[in-house]
Design a protein around this ligand. Sequence first.
Ligand SMILES: NC(=O)C1=CN([C@@H]2O[C@H](COP(=O)(O)OP(=O)(O)OC[C@H]3O[C@@H](n4cnc5c(N)ncnc54)[C@H](O)[C@@H]3O)[C@@H](O)[C@H]2O)[C@@H](O)CC1
Ligand SMILES: Nc1ncnc2c1ncn2[C@@H]1O[C@H](COP(=O)(O)OP(=O)(O)O)[C@@H](O)[C@H]1O
Ligand SMILES: [Mg+2]
Length: 281
Amino acid sequence: MIPSIPIDKNEMLKYYKPIAIDTHKGIQGHALIIGGSYGKIGAVCLSSKAALKAGCGLVTAFVPRCGYEIVQIAIPEVMVLTDVKKKCISNISFDIQPDAIGIGPGIGQDELTQKTFLKFLKNNKAPLVIDADALNILSKNKAWFLLLPSRSILTPHPKELERLIGEWNSEEEKFEKTISFSMQYHVVVVMKGAPTHIIDGQTIYKNTTGNPALATAGSGDVLTGIITSLLAQGYEPLQAAILGVYLHGLTADIAVPKTGFQSFVASDIIDHLGAAFLSLE
Ligand SMILES: NC(=O)C1=CN([C@@H]2O[C@H](COP(=O)(O)OP(=O)(O)OC[C@H]3O[C@@H](n4cnc5c(N)ncnc54)[C@H](O)[C@@H]3O)[C@@H](O)[C@H]2O)[C@@H](O)CC1
Ligand SMILES: Nc1ncnc2c1ncn2[C@@H]1O[C@H](COP(=O)(O)OP(=O)(O)O)[C@@H](O)[C@H]1O
Ligand SMILES: [Mg+2]
């Protein structure tokens, strides 16, 4: 047994900050979600909507041109910026100042996308959540890890983790390698799975919420949106990762008695975020 700290309601109540009575959208956090490619704009819709529903004041999505109408129609509350290219992201450029950026859902691995991702990392100062193909691009270009802001949050599923740290022969070895990785690059690693563990240097946190209903397309894209939102609202990276993973899992625990396991989809996570937050009040 690997010693870990349970992520449960008691732990959450240490971190959770209720919304201030006099807040307004301008100080409630602005999250930017960068992602999407032809056929995978849905990933950005899920992340962006989740970011809003996790409490951000403002959310902007940066997508290829083919995603413009899709995001505007799917989620009118989200602002949209578009790349010059139609089907993939080729030039990440914006004149807003987001409080946190989530990058990767549905972004693909086109050569142009890889190039602009490098340029983005060289210039970026905002706190980051890195997911999906942005992780896969980093795995292919390991020198780029050094460009990540300290305390960036990485959210790999097991296959993405293997691409990042290499194969392991036992659970112990998987944790050892992830701990070394977290310490080497000063990043928080959300090791998604059943259950999800969060690694911050030598400390391991183990989530206690969630169930197999979450084994559904887009479930990780929603998690990226939630964590980016919490980061934009001023939670410290480790707290944003822990609270995000806890709330994400809790939505499935709340929803399953109504939806069953089979018919629970990623949008149900978003729909049950309100109930998950209320359980902390
Ligand atoms: N509606 C959409 O637009 C969607 C877009 N998506 C995007 O699609 C792209 C590809 O993502 P994928 O994750 O499917 O592709 P990957 O190739 O990264 O991962 C799929 C592989 O990982 C393995 N894997 C995944 N979870 C695992 C687990 N818990 N244990 C063991 N093996 C596991 C699978 O068996 C498969 O071999 C990403 O950019 C993602 O954001 C997906 O999130 C699905 C929904
Ligand atoms: N059996 C399970 N029990 C609990 N959580 C699960 C289970 N299967 C998947 N999940 C969760 O669902 C999410 C899946 O993320 P990911 O594989 O990135 O999905 P996608 O890329 O389709 O959005 C992770 O948060 C993971 O922990
Ligand atoms: Mg994913």
